[in-house]
Design a protein around this ligand. Structure first.
Ligand SMILES: C[S@@+](CC[C@H](N)C(=O)[O-])C[C@H]1O[C@@H](n2cnc3c(N)ncnc32)[C@H](O)[C@@H]1O
Length: 229
């Protein structure tokens, strides 16, 4: 999908994740990845760094990646995962229109991708469709900083140009709210610092679960509403 291909960003990002992976971000990838199991959907595989952080409980991977240069950059990581006994199907598609049947994956990983998709609400709706009951969504995302924070000021300043500099990324998305609107319980998602300052300084990490609808005959409680039920 040519519109999604940013070859210069791919080159820069590929080098950046290699450096990042040796530090705290790599540890967070491993921590978040620990929740994944069974047939895993990775939305926005990028250069494939997440494939280095999968637990043994993952049996196969379906990876969605609309950028040809990113798919090319991911070849070595895909080959390595397959050598380690994890089949990887890498598909040219977008998260807003997943070429997968309903209830067909056990777990889903978002790593720095909900910032880049065109329509995060549509992606979450698709993930909800394909995720089996009892499935998990693990994530590591940079998000909008708290109102009034330095990070938020940075984001307000650079947001008009950021997508052009960073391969379509939006630095100020409220991704937790998107998950909750889409019917996910985010009690297992926590804030963390991606970097000390800068437009990508605020992050969320953890696991979201499909929220149970309120039981029939019972009004949604304030707690239910707070949790997006
Ligand atoms: C910042 S990179 C992150 C890659 C990888 N997940 C990681 O953690 O390093 C964002 C990726 O999302 C992909 N992407 C952009 N729009 C997308 C969409 N609508 N659906 C799926 N992936 C998308 C981009 O091509 C890019 O590879």
């Amino acid at each position: 999908m040519a519109r999604h291909d940013h070859p210069i960003f791919t080159l820069l990002y590929r080098a950046l994740v290699k450096v990042e992976d040796a530090g705290p971000v790599g540890r967070v990838r491993t921590e978040v990845g620990g929740a994944l199991f069974g047939k895993l959907l990775i939305v926005g595989l990028g250069p494939g760094e997440d494939l280095h952080h999968l637990p043994a409980a993952v049996t196969e991977v379906v990876a969605i990646e609309p950028s040809a240069s990113m798919r090319h950059a991911a070849r070595a990581a895909v080959a390595e995962a397959e050598e380690n006994g994890i089949p990887v199907e890498l598909i040219d598609a977008v998260g807003e229109d997943l070429p997968l049947p309903d209830d067909s994956v056990d777990s889903v990983l978002f790593a720095y991708v909900l910032c880049s998709v065109d329509d995060p609400d549509a992606v979450i709706a698709e993930v909800r469709r394909v995720l089996k009951p009892g499935g998990v969504v693990a994530m590591l995302e940079h998000v909008a900083g708290r109102p009034g924070s330095w990070i938020r000021r940075w984001q307000t300043l650079v947001s008009p140009v950021w997508p052009f500099l960073a391969g379509g990324c939006h630095c100020d998305r409220d991704t937790r709210a998107v998950l909750e609107r889409g019917g996910f319980d985010t009690a297992g998602v926590e804030d963390f610092a991606v970097a000390a300052l800068g437009p990508v300084g605020a992050g969320i990490k953890g696991v979201a679960l499909l929220a149970e609808p309120p039981a029939a005959g019972r009004e949604a409680s304030p707690e239910d509403r707070d949790r997006g039920r």
